[in-house]
Design a binder for this molecule. Sequence first.
Ligand code: TXD
Length: 329
Amino acid sequence: MKRAKISLIGGGQIGGVLAQLCAQRELGDVVMFDIVEGLPQGKMLDLAEVARIDQFDVDLKGTNSYTDIAGSDIIIVTAGLPRKPGMSRDDLLGINSKIMKQVAEGIKEHAPEAFVIIISNPLDAMVTLCQKVTGFPAERVIGQAGVLDSNRFCSFIAWELGVSVRDVNAMVLGGHGDTMVPIVRYANVNGIPVMEQLIRKYGDKAKAEEVMAAMVERTKMAGGEVVKLLGNGSAFYSPASSAVAMAEAILRDQKRVLPVCALLKGEFGVENYYIGVPCVLGAGGVENIIEFELNEEEQAMFDNSVNAVKKLIDELPTILPEMADILKG
Ligand code: TXD
């Protein structure tokens, strides 16, 4: 039985962790592409020399040629610049759009059957651009942000309540930016509502709401918190693990229910925009979008987040005038 083939477009901080995780989990053979001569080749040679220690049997290859991604089952894209302290993800739109167009053209030409998971920021706009340029069915072009944002939210809840993060369930929807929408109402620890536990812990509803509000705010700003501490670059372990969970769900047909940046066709009242929503991820990629009733406050926050994404998408034709017709389509 042939092993799956996973191609990583971008061999930087996240790309390196992606390669290591895919190899250690033996998800498939891995090709790492980057434009920097020697970078992917060096990283993959180093990783290949770990195989005996970490006990994995997969082929690893670094390359500067798109021809090597031919036949990929899954492609994970991190090509693009990360933000620096003080920058927003949206500030990357100009430079990363040009990179994403080039990457999408390479994928379209050399791996037309692949499932594509985008990580590059600004995420929602980059996924949109990749799908438009490749013309691939939307269920095969998705973005990773909600898995990361939701797991950050779960971590803050677990640390606050002193419980294992494995037993915390909480979801973040919407765009991957300051307008993201943590769904507080459904946050729970093994089914027990988090808010109920916070009220018991503090004996005061107002205090419990204040603590939850602080966790919601920290979730929204969590990316910037890491960027500020690092001083140069952004989070890389967490986005890599999040994208690998999505890739595994597709490769192993797991039917995982995960927050995915997916193209909505009327769900949650959104028509033809990519935004983070709960999806069933399996061999068909996005196999279903799980809608649920948002309350008034959640709907307002979700709509605000959708509008923030729309504003970014509306800038794309100015950045890539040669693509104006495709982008408006
Ligand atoms: O969860 C999420 N979606 C986000 C994504 C979480 C954190 C970081 N997020 C974004 O991922 C970040 O803002 C960046 O836009 C990407 C990649 O972040 P990373 O930290 O991996 O950036 P690096 O280390 O700079 O790596 C980027 C690589 C680097 O090796 C470049 O040489 C390469 O991209 N690059 C290219 N590869 C292929 N083709 C082109 N044109 C190209 N240009 C640069």
